[in-house]
Design a protein around this ligand. Structure first.
Ligand code: 6CS
Length: 316
């Protein structure tokens, strides 16, 4: 039996390392009855919607869905809202993978309604902005042609900051930045490095707005057709990979930040709390936009997440 897993990222990425570990664990636990095949970005077609379509249709059993998944599962845009998760990245990984959120009815149904199951959430690290100018305040972002993933909530968020967001495919982003079709970018550090984006940007800004989060999705019919033992195995593997996934992203992002610092003279700007608060305030009403655009199941998903965050924060 072969399970294929489609990745939104290239070899050497956080998704790829996670998938390698998923493969190792599944093959070992199944005594090699299951063979897991990794399909990195570029091997399954050129647009993310082709990947999600293939998973929905069952041609590919498993894969990752992040910012672009909003077109397929609108509720998933929840994971793109800014300033809703704790600053503590490990706490975020735990909350997103808790039964209270991941197995909650609204979240489950959002994926089921599109013939998908959400098996795990993979936070891939804090995202940094890059731009060809220094950004410290919303005024600095005014009119900035910043590239966002194709996701209406991200567009709404960056419009709220005053920017002019534009959506460009991941594979076309390097040349778009180089040629000035986009003046800014938003990525976790490892991606700024491995895709070379930092080479064509002058400033890197840490505003603490959100981690990059991808959902490990599976085809619902495929999942329902598995044996109970196989489903329990997936559960055990994804549970184990919550900690490992966090460790992978931490290691990758630390190392790649060092590499960026040593290979370039990009200027790194850390916003202080007051500067972050200015963006935090502007991001707040976008929660309402999410509810308006996505509807009741979106509102329930947001409330479930905010509840889970509050409980986890209180227990810290
Ligand atoms: O910005 C993007 O389009 C892509 N960035 C990362 C880090 N992963 C996949 C995503 O689609």
């Amino acid at each position: 039996e072969t399970w294929r897993i489609g990745l939104e990222e290239i070899e050497g990425s956080v998704q790829h390392r996670y998938a390698e570990r998923f493969k190792e664990l599944v093959e070992k636990k199944s005594d090699d009855e299951i063979n897991v095949q990794l399909l990195p970005y570029g091997t399954w077609g050129s647009t993310y919607s082709a990947l999600y379509d293939a998973i929905q249709g069952g041609a590919i059993q498993l894969g990752f869905g992040s910012g672009f998944l909003g077109g397929t599962v609108p509720e998933s845009q929840l994971l793109n809202l800014n300033y809703i998760m704790p600053d503590d990245q490990w706490l975020t990984a735990k909350v997103l993978n808790s039964d209270a959120f991941l197995k909650s009815e609204p979240w489950r149904q959002a994926f089921r309604a599109r013939d998908l199951v959400a098996l795990a959430e993979l936070p891939e690290g804090n995202q940094a902005w890059t731009a060809n100018k220094a950004v410290r305040t919303p005024a600095d972002m005014k009119g900035l042609n910043i590239r966002v993933m194709d996701n209406s909530l991200l567009r709404a968020t960056y419009r709220a900051y005053g920017a002019s967001p534009t959506s460009i495919a991941y594979g076309e982003l390097y040349s778009a930045l180089q040629q000035g079709q986009a003046e800014g970018n938003i990525q976790p550090i490892f991606a700024h490095e491995e895709m070379g984006f930092y080479e064509v940007q002058d400033y890197m800004i840490f505003a603490g707005q959100s981690q990059f989060v991808a959902t490990l999705i599976g085809n619902a019919d495929w999942y329902d057709g598995l044996s109970d033992d196989q489903r329990a195995m997936i559960d055990a593997v994804t549970k184990k990979l919550v900690r490992e996934g966090h460790d992978i992203q931490t290691r990758f992002n630390k190392k790649r930040l060092k590499a960026i610092r040593s290979k370039s003279d990009i200027e790194i700007i850390e916003l202080d709390d007051a500067q972050r608060d200015a963006f935090r305030e502007l991001a707040r009403p976008v929660r309402e936009t999410y509810i308006e655009e996505v509807g009741e199941r979106g509102e329930q998903s947001l409330n479930t997440l905010l509840d889970a965050v509050k409980k986890a924060d209180g227990k810290q």
